[in-house]
Design a protein around this ligand. Structure first.
Ligand SMILES: C[S@@+](CC[C@H](N)C(=O)[O-])C[C@H]1O[C@@H](n2cnc3c(N)ncnc32)[C@H](O)[C@@H]1O
Length: 309
């Protein structure tokens, strides 16, 4: 082969190999699809909802061992958060802690903060009302409510806590104590003239509150009132102070319990979505509390006489 023939041959080879490379590149650069077929979406949903999640997690950890310490940390944190999120355990631990310091102290002995709330109950609940106290705890607020209403039912999720409330109110006119569970699904329609819930609703997130609120609304007779306390962000700077705490202490700041705090407007929207009219909103005074604490925001809500059209 002459030099010229060699050069021509190598040019042809190079062109051929370039063609191969460019073909390969074209394959690899094939446009990504951002639309799944219906069948693919169905298969993804079926896989996501299947119980094979742990197997897939195990496979992922085997493939990427660097994720193992992270997964262990998440598992430990999840177990601890799960235990603390259980209201009954949380409250019993709290009661135990209080009793270590105050041997005859009932649940809530350290809390204070009832003036504004009970003022609203006295003003908006009629003296002959058939009333329900939600989440009565150890009976601290029950003792204040009982003289203000005609008949009283008090509920809580913990039998042990209810036994405490019963013992704390033996000197009062009869109170019916009921064990409840979940988000008020067991409440009977139109049973009560008034429902009162102190320091309960902050345990629920947005979705849970929509459900609990609707159940309470249904449990009220038309025109009945719901007096409830929550924690809100009202004043300028409150959200940024909260963000600072989250930065310093992590989400769910410093609370052993599952406590939610939302803007007042958000609570108002939730209650209205549940079918309530907002009658009055009043924040408790800081000096009502023994220890430094975010004052409650107290809502007075009414089930309208006629359903909103
Ligand atoms: C912070 S304590 C308040 C007790 C009392 N209301 C007071 O202010 O002294 C909250 C209470 O709500 C109860 N609780 C938690 N979840 C509940 C639910 N889904 N329905 C009714 N009570 C619940 C807890 O067991 C606890 O006794």
């Amino acid at each position: 082969m002459t030099l010229m023939e060699e050069q021509r041959a190598s040019r042809v080879d190079a062109q051929a190999s370039n063609a191969t490379v460019s073909d390969g590149t074209a394959d690899r650069a094939a446009p990504v699809r951002f639309e799944a077929t219906e069948d693919e979406s169905r298969r993804i949903a079926a896989l996501a909802g299947s119980t094979s999640g742990s197997i897939r997690l195990a496979r992922l950890l085997l493939r990427q061992p660097r994720l193992v310490p992270h997964a262990l940390r998440v598992a430990l944190h999840g177990a601890s958060a799960g235990l603390r999120a259980d209201h009954t355990l949380s409250w019993l631990i709290h009661v135990d802690t209080v009793r270590q310091v105050i041997p005859n102290g009932g649940m809530g002995a350290t809390w204070g903060g009832l003036d504004t709330f009970m003022g609203l109950v006295a003003r908006h609940v009629s003296r002959d009302a058939h009333a329900l106290e939600l989440g009565c705890g150890g009976g601290r607020v029950t003792r204040h409510i009982r003289p203000l209403v005609g008949t009283l039912v008090a509920n809580d999720i913990s039998e042990r806590i209810l036994a405490e409330a019963r013992a704390a109110t033996v000197d009062l006119p009869p109170i019916e104590f009921r064990v409840t569970s979940g988000l008020g699904d067991d409440l009977c329609p139109e049973e009560f003239d008034a429902v009162i819930g102190h320091e309960l609703l902050m345990q629920f997130n947005f979705d849970e509150l929509l459900r609990y609120g609707s159940n309470v609304q249904r449990a009220l007779k038309p025109g009945g009132v719901f007096v409830a306390s929550v924690y809100t962000f009202d004043e300028p700077g409150e959200i940024s102070r909260h963000m600072e705490m989250i930065r310093n202490y992590g989400a769910g700041v410093r609370s052993p319990f599952r406590v939610h705090r939302m803007p007042r407007r958000t609570y108002q929207d939730i209650f209205e979505a549940c079918g309530f009219e907002v009658v009055e909103v009043q924040r408790s005074r800081p000096d009502e509390y023994k220890a430094e604490k975010t004052p409650h925001t107290n809502f007075v809500l009414r089930r309208p006489l006629t359903p909103a059209s």
